[in-house]
Design a protein around this ligand. Structure first.
Ligand code: GDP
Length: 471
């Protein structure tokens, strides 16, 4: 809020006259170039001239109040993520009142007898976590890392750790299946310690709780640990003023139309407000809590189901409140156009990048490592790309030229050959021998891994090999 046309011209490098024309074109009247523009207009105009903007609601001067933590459950497949979420959902006072009715709507709240509460995201796993993060939605405050006591640390346990660490989100460990005879929680502790997690029993600050989703043993301890972690983090949010929220799940209901489950980040969402959600818009017709009860407003960290959107948004989309239907339509249109433009631009950029690198730019002191990344699912593609880019420094530039889902193909090898790139295959099948052979003949290095941590280690060694003196 508050940017003037003059400031916008400075930021975007576009003339004041041109900015004024754009404003008139979207049907707004132009005040003096020194009057502050509304945030919606500023966003629209920025999009129009091809500048990326992010809404930053200033909390300066606002009254901040403590808010509950938002928690995501991650861990290896079959270690009990879903069972644990189900069991936690049952502990909710509200669930008991509602006769144990439990719905999967993307999130639920556990209310403690003390009045404190914890919000759990109901989609376990890394894919959801990194898809949200890729879209800029930092919703999760704490990760519960589930490790089965009878199975121990497995590849996806390490991957979950890497995700949480890259996102800078603290971990609380839940050693699950402690009811089993074959359970060996001590071994899990040692394994986690070896992997670099600083557990509290060993003087670190990562809490560890032993639980059983089956017998419900230790669930209260886990909840206490989460409340303690939240307290340490001193989570606060602005209660009053325009709301900002993130979509965690959206679905189409036959009778009620598009429904979005959103978690409020700040402010209060109110029935009747016009909202823009990602590139969709609507007017809030009703707000329900996670037990399906109608409420008039949604407060920070509270998951709510919003009815009244014209189209289906995506997980990770932001929800912003605007003044009028006109604004909502305008912004939604603008964002749709921007999405399309970005898509086209990205396609052409990829082509340009590839052409550039094939020209062997006379080397500066920075060593470039072109990479093609293939992985099993979109979420992993993102995590691997993020992780590779985290290796960038003044001496090293990991240039991810192309990413994709699925096994390494002949066209990946062709691309890598054309650009002198290496190929990373993460959690994908080994390529057919013909492709491996072609890669060998072209001296293309292929890195096959299932654990980010190990991949980074090998790439690290590769960098040292290519660029001695870098560490
Ligand atoms: P997810 O893949 O991590 O979501 O794992 P699930 O929640 O689907 O659980 C995998 C299997 O482990 C299922 O057969 C569960 O019944 C079982 N399981 C989960 N938690 C426990 C537990 O605490 N004790 C025992 N004995 N079995 C469990």
């Amino acid at each position: 809020e508050g940017m003037t046309i003059v400031e916008l011209a400075k930021r975007t490098g576009v003339s004041i006259r041109h900015l004024q024309e754009i404003i008139v074109n979207v049907g707004e009247k132009v005040d003096s170039e020194f009057d502050p523009l509304s945030i919606d207009i500023a966003e629209l105009v920025s999009m129009e001239v091809g500048v990326n903007v992010r809404r930053q609601h200033s909390d300066e001067g606002a009254v901040l109040q403590p808010r509950p933590a938002v928690v995501t459950v991650m861990g290896h497949v079959d270690h009990g993520k879903t069972s644990l979420l189900d069991a936690l959902r049952q502990t909710s006072v509200a669930a008991k009142e509602a006769g144990g009715i439990t719905q999967h709507l993307g999130a639920f709240v556990v209310e403690m007898p003390s009045g404190a509460s914890i919000t759990f995201l109901d989609t376990p796993g890394h894919a959801a976590f990194s898809a949200m993060r890729a879209r800029g939605a930092a919703v999760t405050d704490i990760v519960v890392l589930v490790v089965a006591a009878d199975d121990g640390v497995m590849p996806q346990t390490l991957e979950a750790m890497a995700h949480a660490q890259v996102a800078n989100v603290p971990i609380v460990v839940a050693i699950n299946k402690c009811d089993k005879l074959s359970a060996d929680p001590e071994r899990v502790r040692i394994q986690l310690g070896t992997e670099g997690l600083l557990l509290e029993d060993l003087g670190g600050d990562v809490q560890v709780v032993q639980v059983s989703a089956k017998t419900k043993l230790g669930l209260d301890k886990l909840e206490e640990a989460l409340l303690l972690q939240a307290e340490i983090m001193d989570l606060k949010a602005r209660i009053d003023g325009p709301s900002q929220a993130y979509v965690v799940e959206a679905r189409l209901d036959r009778g009620r139309g598009p429904l979005a489950t959103a978690i409020v980040k700040s402010g209060t969402l109110v029935c009747g407000q016009y909202i823009v959600v990602g590139s969709e818009w609507g007017r809030i017709r009703s707000i329900r809590d996670m037990l399906g009860r109608a409420t008039s407003s949604g407060k920070p960290a509270m998951p709510v189901e919003i009815e009244g959107l014209k189209g289906l948004p995506m997980a990770g989309d932001d929800v912003v409140v605007v003044d009028s239907e006109e604004r909502a339509r305008m912004l939604s249109n603008g964002r749709k156009k921007k999405l399309e433009k970005d898509r086209l631009l990205k396609a052409s950029e990829e082509r340009i990048e590839i052409e550039d690198t094939s020209e062997e730019t006379p080397s500066t002191s920075r060593v470039e490592l072109p990479m093609v990344v293939k992985a099993d699912v979109q979420g992993t593609v993102q995590a691997v790309t993020d992780a590779l880019r985290s290796l960038n420094s003044a001496q090293v530039f990991v240039n991810v030229l192309h990413v994709g889902v699925g096994p390494i193909s002949q066209s990946d090898v062709d691309l890598a050959q054309a650009c002198g790139a290496s190929i990373v295959g993460f959690n994908v099948r080994s390529p057919p021998s013909g492709i491996t052979l072609a890669a060998n003949q072209a001296s293309i290095k292929i890195f096959m891994h299932k654990v980010i941590y190990h991949l980074l280690e090998e790439i690290g060694n590769f960098i040292v090999e290519k660029a001695p003196g870098v560490n």
